[in-house]
Design a protein around this ligand. Structure first.
Ligand code: SAH
Length: 242
């Protein structure tokens, strides 16, 4: 069963964009996932197909109308797929959220523009607000492509090598260890000896250790969560022995 993605946007020409290259492009051509765009403009009102209005209460900019947004959403019919509004106010997107979406039947992404979307449609269409970071984009299209790419590459059969997904940053709560390849000496800088030793256990230990050092140095938030998780696991094993 394919993973079906729909995107509601004022700029359908922005899709598939980067989603059509490399492994995601191939997977789409192979039918592992599908992508369709819904042009929000088609649901606009009047001769000019107007989609926006000035904010109630005054202030700068324009707001997307709830009736127009709802007409576009409802045109998809009833669906089990999560309806995601890309929004800087949303829950921060991360690898766990991507994995949760990847286990589902697909996703519907609503891309905002201007000052965003009328609050009533967010509430009454049960939209899930998702943010890709603490900054403001001009619109939701790049954010939608980001969460689609991060999710679809987790689907079975999309990435050629499943172990490379299991190994990468965040999969065990840590940042990935440093990677090296040929040549063995580059501008007088050798590849660490242990990686050439052929001793798989030693290599695994070295990598885990480097992952920990990097995470502690760069991401104190992830490091604290990792240590916390280790403590919980340790106390659970203690309980089992009691
Ligand atoms: N006035 C809004 C920002 C609007 S930006 C505010 O201050 O919260 C216009 C659109 O771009 C938004 O509706 C949203 O769909 C998208 N967007 C901007 N930044 C984003 C982010 N960090 N994550 C996800 N979507 C974002």
């Amino acid at each position: 069963m394919a993973f079906d993605v729909s995107v509601i946007t004022l700029y359908p020409e922005a899709f598939p964009g980067v989603l059509d290259v490399s492994i995601l492009g191939r997977a789409r051509r192979d039918g592992l996932w599908s992508l369709d765009t819904i042009d929000l403009r088609e649901f606009g009102l009047g001769r000019h197909r107007q989609v926006d209005e000035t904010p109630a209460g005054g202030g700068a900019g324009l707001v997307l109308r709830p009736d127009v947004a709802a007409a576009a959403i409802d045109s998809l019919g009833p669906s089990e797929r999560p309806l995601i509004y890309l929004s800087p106010r949303g829950q921060p997107f991360d690898a766990d959220m991507a994995a949760t979406f990847a286990r589902g039947p697909g996703m519907v992404c609503f891309c905002g523009r201007f000052e965003g979307l009328d609050e009533r449609v967010i509430e009454h269409r049960d939209m899930i607000e998702v943010s890709i970071g603490d900054f403001i984009l001009a619109g939701g299209e790049v954010a939608a492509q980001t969460i689609i790419e991060a999710t679809v590459r987790l689907l079975p059969g999309v990435a050629g090598n499943q172990t490379s997904i299991e190994d990468e940053s965040f999969s065990n709560g840590l940042l990935e260890y440093p990677q090296y390849t040929l040549p063995r000496v580059w501008e007088d800088h050798p590849t660490p000896d242990v990686l050439l030793s052929g001793d798989h256990q030693k290599i695994a230990e070295w990598r885990l250790n480097r992952s920990k050092l990097l995470t502690e140095a760069r991401r104190i938030d992830l490091w604290a969560a990792y240590l916390n998780g280790q403590e919980i696991r340790a106390s659970e094993t203690d309980d089992e022995h009691d």
